[in-house]
Design a protein around this ligand. Sequence first.
Ligand SMILES: Cc1ncc(COP(=O)(O)O)c(C=O)c1O
Length: 488
Amino acid sequence: MQRKAKTPAKVVPMRPRRKTTGVALDRRQAQALHQQDTAHLVHGFVPLQMQQKKGVPIFVKGQGVYLWDTEGKKYIDGLASLWNVHVGHGRKEINRAVAAQMDKLAFAPTLIGPTSVPTVQLATKLVKIAPKGLSRVIFTSGGSESNETMIRLVRAYWKAKGQPAKIKFVSLNQGYHGSSSGAAVLGGIPVFNKQMEPGLPGMLHMARPYCYRCELGKTYPSCQLACADELERIVEREGADTIGAFIAEPVQGVGGVIVPPPDWLPRIREICSRHNILMVCDEVITGFGRTGAMFASTGAGVTPDILVTAKGVTSGYLPLGVVLFKEDIFQTFLASGDEYIFWHGYTYTGHPAVCAAGLANLEIIEREKLVQRAREQGKYLQKRLATLRDLSIVGDVRGQGLMAAVEIVKDKATKAMFPAELQVARKVWENALDKGVITRVAGTNNIALCPPLIITREQIDELVATLRRALEEVAAELNEEWKLASGK
Ligand SMILES: Cc1ncc(COP(=O)(O)O)c(C=O)c1O
């Protein structure tokens, strides 16, 4: 019997009970949690109707690449939870490092001076592994906060440099830089920009290096990187003396896992340098080995002026964001005569326990050679995913390292998409979730995969085989609906 919710919404546990593993909660307790979740907890990026009607999984345990929910159902974490659990779940080394730090010192106010041992050690470690020349570190609590910091850093820098008109930012269409106000309008996701109107002045967007569906209607390599050259056009139109920075994810994640041609990032670097524009790489997803290099910018042979990162720095064990920037930027503030760097900071900057988690996590990444592993297993993942190309609704498969997407189309020849209201990608995502595979819809019609860097070949096979079944079932369902609609 379903227990009655106190709220109007009738909630059923999301998944039918399957074989339990000893982690399942008592049935009543699990149902109560689902009801409380639906009644109180806001999940910003879950379709409202889905949460209200079906509920979301409530996880109770994670180990390696697997997770278990309150009903004891096992899932393979094909998205490293939210593109972030690089070292996998249940790593005792990180837990122990955090507990040991909490026992010694739980907090230190780095912002106003006194700091802690792991805070200094992590800053030093990050400078060592980052692209050369990025020698200064600001800690935040995540990717959005890091991009807020970056926006203020860029605008303050140009003022300190005596070029106060350089306030504009250029970013890519569909770029995602976070959900806080500044980061939302910095990005190129129209729904965010519209909601935040009138936004911040000077946020400009341009075509992305999306070769499967070129936004300029061209083909690589005969296009000669026309999308990168759009930056040149923007500079001509707006004037270099008004543009402070260009920002991009080296591989766009949320926008659909858009992997640029190898010469795209170097070309952008060259244009930024020539016009005296700061180049910012948002490596919130691509950092710490995800694409097969410690940072995707290093992998592309490029050093940005500012590198923003988060997620994999602690593998999500505790919240941490990082802004790394070049020594000249710091020296400009120093030379400006201002008393403080740019009047900026957060209470939790460089939190000791969080930094201890970061250090333990980076130690695992190095000890287990996870960067190299991401490169090797990434090749295998791409090879396995390529086998999905035979499915009628798979138009493209792409990726770099252990970051990939399957693009869903209605017509392979024309690349036409399904009407948005059919929500085909969402159906595939939900179907895969029902089958115990966690993925994510990226853009409107892509299924993103981004498993922990520790994933094995067998687990990749399991992931891809289940995704295939999910895709096949949705394709068959669409075919059936189409037959009914057309009377065939
Ligand atoms: C590229 C990129 N930048 C920034 C963010 C925002 O990070 P956070 O959710 O930690 O605020 C994200 C989150 O997915 C991201 O993918």
